[in-house]
Design a protein around this ligand. Sequence first.
Ligand SMILES: Cc1cc2nc3c(=O)[nH]c(=O)nc-3n(C[C@H](O)[C@H](O)[C@H](O)COP(=O)(O)O)c2cc1C
Length: 337
Amino acid sequence: MADLKTTYMGINLKNPIIIGASNLLSDMENVKKIEEAGVAAVVYKSLFEEQIELESLQIEEQIEEYSERNAEMISIFPAFKHSGPKEHLNKLKELKNVLRIPVIASLNAVSKDIWVDYAKKIEETGVDGIELNFYSVPSNINKTSYEIEKEQIEILKNIKRELSIPISVKLSFFYSNTLNVIYEMGRAGVNGFVLFNRLFQPEIDTENQEYVYPVQISCEHENKLPLRWTGLTYGNTDSDICSSTGIYTGKDVIKMILSGASCTQSVSTFYKNGIDHISRMIKDINSWMDLKGYKEISDFRGKLSRKNIKDPHFYERTQYINMLLSNETIIKKYFAI
Ligand SMILES: Cc1cc2nc3c(=O)[nH]c(=O)nc-3n(C[C@H](O)[C@H](O)[C@H](O)COP(=O)(O)O)c2cc1C
């Protein structure tokens, strides 16, 4: 039997499969099932600055009996009503008590002080690492990409100075030069990168002409984006790469490792296929490694990364140009025209 051990953010993992941030861990019964199914580590859902703000508004409300803003926030984020930062931090402690596998927390803040204060509070819960989720939609037309990146790197450096647990960044795909951002964040001390976050997109109900907020799970074909960027990133950073989005099967995990990942995070596949699917994924990785004669993950990690393949353009323009120059027969194979 092959050895599936790997490391992520300097944390030892028994295999490369991590449950990504989601509501999968909200129910304690699920938590035990997840560990028993064989997952290597879990990421607990993000603590959002809005939750923190809401709690301080509720405290203010008790003092001042004034709460227009509180009411507005509860109507925008109804789930936050019963989900303050105190409950969140307690839940992290509880998870650490119950689980033997590593527990990673996730934080999504806006203001510099909240980032650092809450990263410290999270560290005090005893978690093994913290994932910084920089998700935000820039809406200020005058702010340049350089300013946004500089701010994020500054926040990272501040957190790194204050914390001793490992830090990862869950990156959005929307940077002008993703490799440069990874390089700079790596220099700021990031121990791992999650490539990539999958952003919830708004939807419009045409019947009632109103906005709706559907929970959308991913599709397997979405993993081509992390596959490409894992392959491009490998060898350009000392931080571990954790590929994420659209990773549904053991075969998908193998592809990510071949392109350079140390591990992967999945959420949608477990919503769709159930928690027991983890054991199937592990079994499939094991069988493939035995078949190919690989004893350890490091035997094939990065084998097909940009750094290690004969045609480095594979990850860049070749596929695009090939498609454009393909003759009609090939195009007809894929499209109904
Ligand atoms: C119900 C649900 C809740 C999620 N909550 C969070 C969260 O709190 N923080 C976060 O960074 N990502 C969150 N995500 C995004 C996932 O962690 C993950 O990045 C995304 O689903 C892509 O991975 P997948 O294709 O395996 O689902 C959530 C996703 C779902 C479906």
